[in-house]
Design a protein around this ligand. Sequence first.
Ligand code: ADP
Ligand code: ZN
Ligand code: ZN
Length: 737
Amino acid sequence: MTPKIAKVALPVPLDKAFDYLVKPGTSPVVGGRVRVPFGRQQLVGLVIALTDHSDFPLNQLKPLNAVIDTAPLWQPPLFSLLSWASSYYQYPLGDTLANAMPALLRKGRSASPATLKYWTLTEAGRDQPLTALKRAPRQVQVLNILRHGNASHEALLAEEISSATLKTLAEKGWIAEQQEKPRLNDWHKDFALTEEKPRLHEEQALAIATINANPDFACYLLEGVTGSGKTEVYLNLLEPVLAAGKQALILVPEIGLTPQTINRFRRRFNVPLETVHSGLNDTERLSSWLAGRDNQAGIIIGTRSALFTPFKNLGIIIVDEEHDASYKQQDSLRYHARDLAVMRANKENIPIVLGSATPALESLHNAKTGKYHHLQLTRRAGNAQVARHGVLDVKGLYLEAGLSAPLVAQMRKHLTAGNQVILFLNRRGYSPAMICHECGWLAECDRCDAYYTLHQQSGQLRCHHCATQRPIMHQCESCGSTQLHAVGVGTEQLEQQLATLFPEYKTVRIDRDSTRRKGALENYLEAIKNNEYQILIGTQMLAKGHHFPNVTLVALIDVDSALFSNDFRASERLAQLFIQVAGRAGRASKPGEVLLQTHHPEHGLLQALLHKGYDHFADNALLERKQALLPPYTHLALFRSEANNSDHNVQFLQQVRSIFESNPLFNQADEHHKSYVMGPNPAPLARRAGRYRWQLLLQAPDRKTLQRMLAIAKPAIQLLPLAKKVRWSIDVEPQDL
Ligand code: ADP
Ligand code: ZN
Ligand code: ZN
């Protein structure tokens, strides 16, 4: 007997499941999708339980409209991970599950590869003279395409052919729709290495042996400078996994999914490989999801969201550049893909390797406390060598577009020797503000608490926080003066200044503005490799994952803004950038040099970093965090509230504050078990796109206390009348405060 009631999680912002009647003759499954009436809408939801009991009278329940899946979408470990994520990140289960599905599945598309349909030409269609169809160019186009081979429905739609055209042709009997058979292939049969591998050096061999010794869950932090052979370790770890017919998941940062990375895995193994990233369209996304689930991919390499790929038989997870900030999702389900990957490995009971030259302080802390196994590669493979570095004290020096004379002189030396130079500046645009020289007025976005960034090339003032842009004005809006000056230096200004200083060299700027077009970044990177540019200007974007052997000088133009930032993670990010670029500059025959411009050469963290290395810096930084009661020594949750009416934010967050203060867990007498709540305070950007933004920070001594306090408080917060007037969210373990 099928149970009478299905409890369904729906993509609605409510922390509960909804009861529906199961129609006789239908068999929904737990973990499978159903279509249900919800208010006036039809929604796709997921059955989380089948039961005979409901708290509501049966005659008040509506029946399920349709059963979509006959089997669960996810195997138990992944389903359990998603439920865990929903509760840990305080995000409704229905929304969390929807978040983890490819868009087409969210819309109710079948999760069976058998339904991939394609169009083919019939005999009659093949014989049809195209000249007779002059008046129907779209039909001609379809026949032409299909004469070269079958095409999927989506592919034809992408050619701007309408479903109506296809229907007409089908009715004429010239084309026919076919169902593609699931051509499940067993790649495991053909598994082989397809290239020779280098002889491992001792540290690599030791790391691999350690990890391979235990096929069960364990988390390894693989720390090794760029070029120390981490990727070679990953490749070696995959070998026994794939040979056993199991699959591998490799997570990379957003910018790290380069053809070079992918090709290294393709070259080594004769197994199907899929990539998952934000550039995929809906069909491609579903297809890689299915490839994982049906074991049609041995390796999946992808960014953050690839973590939610189902696998038939996952054997290992690798998180490359585990410290990268792009692993944290900044909206809806605010998860950290690295942390969630560790949890997934735990639930799947398989090993996970976190690799980085500059591990996150959280990960180093976990390694030091024995939660992770710490493996180190201290040597560089091949014949690369570490760059020299120096600090340029710019106190009292004249800076032209941010450049000091000693830096310009160094640049000239390296350029004259035929090498390339990189300048890092994490600020795009011409200048971060425009000021009136007569009265001090600053051009400010009307909708945000922020100055306009001056973009001279496009002749615009742009707000980097909302979409607002406007032509550059010629007169001060306060006093009418025409003396409007740029304040501060952005990459665009630096580029212009360098063209004046070094007219004989070509300069390229890599930032979000210059690489907006698809493929632009790849083209620039290729041109840099081919020495078409000698001076490279970049934001952080340029630092990640790229290796330019001809770059021998790297300069960090503005170190002070990171050393003295409000964001407690800024110095960690500076250190990571420094180590990354120092690791990439030069090679044995051409030693590299890294220069840092600062007004504070004596700064403790800077000194530790430069003279004793990243680990020493990390020890000092961790000590500072411990003294300041910051993560990883405490655990944070950030409440954000946004509204057109600023008072609503403040009142709402004050009420949230009281809810916490009345929590018995909150008022622990013991000094070490105290929690704190800070705020409400204006957010770093206090107004964005016309809406006021406030925040409240909750700090707990440990993760469990934080979770328990949130679990108790959340239902009470949801009942606050103001909770409906503001847009609010909870960010557990926030990355940006
Ligand atoms: P990482 O991922 O740490 O930057 P890679 O694995 O990419 O390091 O290694 C850097 C370079 O050294 C690559 O060209 C790689 O092929 C080479 N390499 C790695 N391990 C070895 C080894 N044991 N012997 C020789 N070359 C190696
Ligand atoms: Zn704005
Ligand atoms: Zn003025």
